[in-house]
Unconditional design. Structure first.
Length: 685
């Protein structure tokens, strides 16, 4: 008599055979429901019309999970992993319901989340009906389909009926799954911006999960086991690790600039020339802007604040942008600063010398686009394939997808300077009469700051990406912004070459070092004040605007009016599984702590809080708001509207009062009329 398995051992064998369906169902729910960035995309269906496509992809994902697990449990392999169970009823139930449950778990948690989070009934109700229709189909199908029972037979020692070979209809379904997968791969390669946005990031994820389920179950597990070989389910991990030593796909600025670029001036000479060019504004303050990281949340908040400030200054007949010497950005803040400066550059390129009342192009119209879908498409399809290739595939680098989205979206705005983001960084970041772009990244080799500037200016203990040994002259503005925003794992680390063709360093998000951009401005102010004899500037001439996008309470402001309050007591947050979660959580939290430290040092450098030379414009955390803007490369329409109207909310939260007070101080310093009318029907900041 053969040995019978316990219920636990039998369950473990079944889950092992269904490894890929189990892993992809867990991964899909973990990403879509566990990440705020992914949840934001689910709520986007409230204002776009592609929810039906999402339902189809959700049903596709669940059908693949169900069908592949059903095949793996139903096949009688030459080396049988499923000997009899001590409880035959349990074995029959598990064989029947494990595939069904995996299918249900591909749809029901998403449906429950939409209902729990307060989404409209037109979202969660169709999802619930889709789940019910799927479950009814898999339960009742055997009553109406003879093919469902064809080839299935029982043996005396089997706890349930099983088959010896797959029917042609099963191979047809698996072939359909591979056709869909290949079709999406071709689409995102041929149309790297429009195709991903039409599909949407959730659809791209669910189709990819279905593809991995089918490939892992059928190609890596079913076929080898059918031939009597061991499963190759873990082969992708081994191959990906092995070939990672043979190639580098994520090279930054591999080619040099096609046109010779002018040499970079040093900081002091550049500032003196800029100050001379201000003409009648020379006696006015010099403004510097630091924009913190936070993906599209940071980019949109940065662009919105600077746009409102510039348009208010124009309405009042005073100058703001001509008095901004430099802007320092990290991650999404870098994108927001680049869009603001790009709008100013486009306006200068038009005929006529009078600036329009409203910025044209509108930087927020650019920054409100979906940048998540293109980078997800690049990551899940061409870049995923390249992970297993033993040779470089630079065209597969998902960096091209997000950088290409910035280039094409800026071009689509029309007007002057359509190639702004695709031009070399050094040719556009320090144009006369415009703010200098200082974009911050982080070195993987030693953890130091890597600064991208159009001047010869490197803070102490930092690296210069345009130094004499670095092959970076061909770096586009989009590439420089992305270097500042390479937050793992959405974007890959960028591999920088030296002029001899060897490796120089790898770059990641600037927020790993310091997330506000204030540290670079502190070094810049210190250098200019140190050379006061040449610049004519002391610390009293500078005003720094700190733009922070992470929703914070009033206790996280550095200055409350004229005073710097005592550091707040830590607010304890319980951490699940602390032995595992505490180290990465602490490393993530330190990015904000280092930013606050750099901002505090800047306040001290410029005369403490009483001088009001550092203006904090932090996005307020409001007690009445259920969902705060997420840190994602996509913001849905409701989130953008909430950010647009934050100044006009009736809330009396202390954090919002501080934002309004600081905004008023900045307008007073500018001489801008706080009562200047805005466009009809819009929120008046």
């Amino acid at each position: 008599m053969s040995l019978s398995l316990s219920r636990t051992a039998f369950l473990g064998r079944c889950l092992g055979l269904c490894l890929y369906p189990v892993l992809t169902v867990a991964a899909g729910n973990g990403v879509l429901l566990g990440l705020p960035q992914a949840r934001e995309t689910l709520f986007a269906f409230s204002d776009v019309g592609d929810f039906a496509l999402f339902l189809v992809s959700m049903l596709y994902w669940s059908a693949v999970a169900w069908y592949c697990s059903r095949i793996m449990l139903g096949r009688r392999f030459p080396v049988d992993d499923l000997p009899p169970c001590v409880d035959r009823r349990f074995a029959r139930w598990l064989n029947l319901w494990l595939p069904r449950l995996l299918g249900v778990l591909s749809t029901l948690p998403i449906t429950g989340f939409l209902w729990w989070a307060g989404a409209e009934a037109r979202l969660w109700l169709p999802a619930l009906l889709t789940t019910a229709a799927y479950l009814a189909f898999v339960v009742l199908r055997r009553r109406f389909s003879r093919s469902a029972r064809r080839g299935v037979r029982a043996r005396h020692d089997d706890p349930f009926p099983r088959f010896d070979r797959l029917a042609w209809s099963s191979w047809l379904f698996i072939g359909f799954v591979f056709v869909v997968s290949f079709g999406v791969l071709v689409a995102v390669c041929v149309a790297p911006v429009s195709a991903p946005r039409w599909l949407g990031a959730p659809v791209l994820l669910l189709v990819a999960l279905g593809s991995w389920t089918a490939f892992g179950s059928m190609i890596l597990t079913y076929l080898p086991r059918s031939w009597g070989w061991p499963s190759l389910a873990l082969a992708p991990l081994i191959v990906a690790f092995g070939v990672s030593f043979l190639r580098e796909n994520h090279v930054v600025a591999e080619q040099g600039s096609a046109t010779p670029l002018p040499p970079r001036p040093d900081l002091v000479r550049d500032f003196v020339a800029w100050n001379e060019a201000r003409g009648a504004h020379r006696d006015e303050p010099v403004y510097l802007v630091a924009a913190a990281g936070g993906a599209s949340r940071a980019a949109y908040w940065t662009g919105l604040v600077l746009k409102q400030l510039e348009e208010r200054a124009r309405a009042s007949g005073v100058a703001f942008a001509p008095n901004v010497y430099a802007v320092s950005g990290v991650s999404g803040g870098s994108l927001g600063l680049a869009a603001f400066v790009g709008s100013l550059a486009a306006e200068r390129s038009r005929p006529g010398s009078t600036a329009p009342a409203r910025m044209q192009p509108d930087p927020t119209a650019f920054l409100g686009q979906d940048f998540l879908a293109p980078v997800v498409a690049g990551m899940l399809y061409p870049d995923a394939v390249a992970t297993f290739l033993p040779f470089p595939c630079h065209a597969c680098d998902r960096s091209h997808w997000i950088e290409g989205a910035w280039m094409s979206d800026w071009r689509a705005l029309g007007g002057a300077a359509p190639a702004y983001f695709s031009q070399p960084f050094l040719s556009v970041a320090g144009q006369p009469g415009l703010p200098r772009l200082l974009l911050n990244a982080t070195s993987v080799t030693d953890g130091r700051r890597v600064v991208q500037t159009p001047m010869v200016f490197v803070p102490r203990e930092a690296h210069d990406l345009f130094g004499p040994t670095v092959a970076s002259t061909g770096l586009t503005l989009a590439g420089a912004v992305h270097n500042s925003a390479r937050f793992t794992y959405v974007s890959p680390a960028g591999h920088v070459l030296n002029r001899a063709g060897g490796p120089w360093d790898d770059l990641v998000d600037g927020g790993y070092f310091e997330n506000s951009g204030a540290a670079t401005l502190q070094a810049l102010v210190t250098q200019l004040v140190l050379h006061k004899a040449e610049t004519g500037m002391d610390a009293s001439k500078f005003v720094v605007i700190l733009i922070e996008n992470e929703p914070v309470s009033d206790m996280q402001w550095i200055c409350h009016g004229d005073e710097a309050p005592a550091p707040p007591e830590p607010v304890y947050e319980r951490t699940a599984w602390p032995e595992v979660a505490v180290p990465p959580k602490t490393l993530y939290k330190t990015r904000t702590a280092r930013a606050q430290a750099a901002e505090s040092d800047l306040v001290q450098l410029l005369g403490e809080c009483k001088t009001h030379q550092v203006i904090e414009l932090r996005y307020p955390k409001l007690s009445a708001v259920r969902r705060e803007p997420p840190m994602s490369w996509f913001l849905n329409g409701a989130t953008r509207k909430a950010m647009d109207d934050v100044m006009c909310r009736p809330d009396r939260d202390r954090a919002l009062d501080l934002l309004r007070a600081n905004w008023g101080r900045l307008l007073d310093r500018l001489g801008a009329n706080r009562g200047a009318p805005g466009p009809a029907g819009t929120c008046r900041w």
